[in-house]
Design a protein around this ligand. Structure first.
Ligand SMILES: Cc1cc2nc3c(=O)[nH]c(=O)nc-3n(C[C@H](O)[C@H](O)[C@H](O)COP(=O)(O)O)c2cc1C
Length: 108
């Protein structure tokens, strides 16, 4: 675990390689195994690999998402704010499980 934390960093440049189904399955399993308040799991995850939609997502906020247009895959985290009053915390914890497990899976 400590090795993983030492190696963790934000990646904004990507190889033009598709993320395999094996890797996406592991990444999603990791997110689904995240803890959530009262076990409500107020999330849905949408995997996006369509370049056109990735291009739109890269412009979905004013700053800090440009790199998405060259990413092979993005995961949109959707929260149902009516299910839980701590959906921000729940979804943040689930989201941080992605990169950890992408490293394990060798996706970057
Ligand atoms: C709440 C939060 C929001 C972030 N938003 C963005 C963002 O919009 N765009 C981006 O490129 N990086 C974003 N980051 C990544 C940080 O810029 C990055 O973690 C920080 O610069 C430290 O670099 P490191 O992750 O390589 O250690 C965000 C990180 C956190 C925790």
């Amino acid at each position: 675990m400590i090795d993983l934390l030492r190696k963790r960093r934000s990646i904004r440049k990507f190889l033009p390689k598709k993320v395999t189904r094996e890797h996406t399955d592991i990444i999603i399993e990791a997110a689904l195994r995240a803890p959530s308040s009262r076990g409500i799991n107020p999330w849905e995850f949408i995997l996006v690999d369509d370049p056109e939609i990735l291009g739109k997502l890269s412009k979905s906020k004013q700053h800090g998402a440009e790199f998405l247009k060259n990413a092979p895959l993005a995961i949109v985290v959707c929260a149902d704010s009516t299910k839980s009053d701590v959906w921000v915390e729940d979804c943040s914890i689930a989201a941080i499980n992605y990169p950890a497990n992408s490293s394990f899976a060798g996706a970057w």
